[in-house]
Design a binder for this molecule. Structure first.
Ligand code: ZN
Length: 245
């Protein structure tokens, strides 16, 4: 809860840390023109112009209290849902929550059934299990994404534009396409359902024709993937569950 009482503040250089009830509020004063709020790992951060007073900040926080509380709740849920490759943890695989099971075995492999995501290898532990899952997803991405991206590019008449298809684990992007024809995909997307993977492939391959996000680009995406808006929303709501360190 955010207390309505006057907060105590502790000044550290240009940064003022304000402690309201149990939530910590950090104020970052910069050369910007407007006030903005965001929530990260249960911390509320206010960015504001150099001239903003504490009273103005408190007023801003108070006005946006409901929004802050909603974001804090959402942030807590996403923290809880963060994927950890550990025994009995939950993995959100192909849009269904399954239990991670560690299994001792000579051959390294992953097996998925209705409720379980079984990771098998010799002398299994969380580090080896994680490696096993990584290999599994990279193999799946190689088999699924590369031929489909090439096939779609051929279909759209831009097959020759692809110079390379890369598979990379990146923190900020699902896909990327350069004007030199390098198309890159994040293999973690293999945790998502096929419809989502197909949308990501469509999006990047369409960039071979249009590098921007103009209406023409989206019309092209729609001609291949009519439900793209649904998939964009799905990703927005679930992508935090498709990442592990
Ligand atoms: Zn794009």
């Amino acid at each position: 809860m955010i207390s309505k009482n006057q907060p105590a503040s502790l000044k550290i250089g240009k940064t003022t840390r304000i402690f309201l009830d149990t939530s910590e509020h950090e104020v970052i004063r910069t050369n910007r023109k407007t006030l903005t709020l965001y929530v990260k790992q249960q911390r509320v951060i206010v960015r504001c112009p150099l001239t903003t007073t504490n009273a103005e900040i408190n007023q801003f926080i108070e006005t946006n209290q409901n929004w802050i509380l909603d974001r804090l709740k959402e942030d807590l849920i996403s923290q809880k849902e963060t994927l950890k490759i550990e025994e009995n943890h939950k993995i959100f695989y192909q849009a269904k929550e399954r239990t991670i099971v560690f299994k001792e075995g000579r051959v390294g492999r992953v097996e998925v059934n209705r409720d379980e995501f079984i990771i098998q290898c010799k002398k299994i532990n969380p580090t080896l299990a994680k490696k096993q899952v990584e290999n599994y997803l990279i193999d799946k991405a190689t088999e699924y994404i590369i031929p489909r991206a090439k096939g779609l590019a051929e279909h759209l008449g831009v097959g020759a534009k692809i110079s390379e298809i890369k598979l990379r684990k990146t923190k900020s992007k699902w896909g990327h396409c350069t004007s030199q024809g390098v198309v890159q995909f994040n293999w973690l997307i293999m945790l998502a359902p096929n419809s989502i993977i197909d949308y990501i492939i469509t999006h990047e391959v369409c960039h071979l024709i249009r590098m921007d996000h103009s209406q023409n680009f989206w019309d092209l995406v729609e001609s291949v993937c009519p439900d793209h808006e649904k998939y964009v929303t799905w990703l927005k709501n679930h992508e935090h569950r498709l990442w592990f360190e």
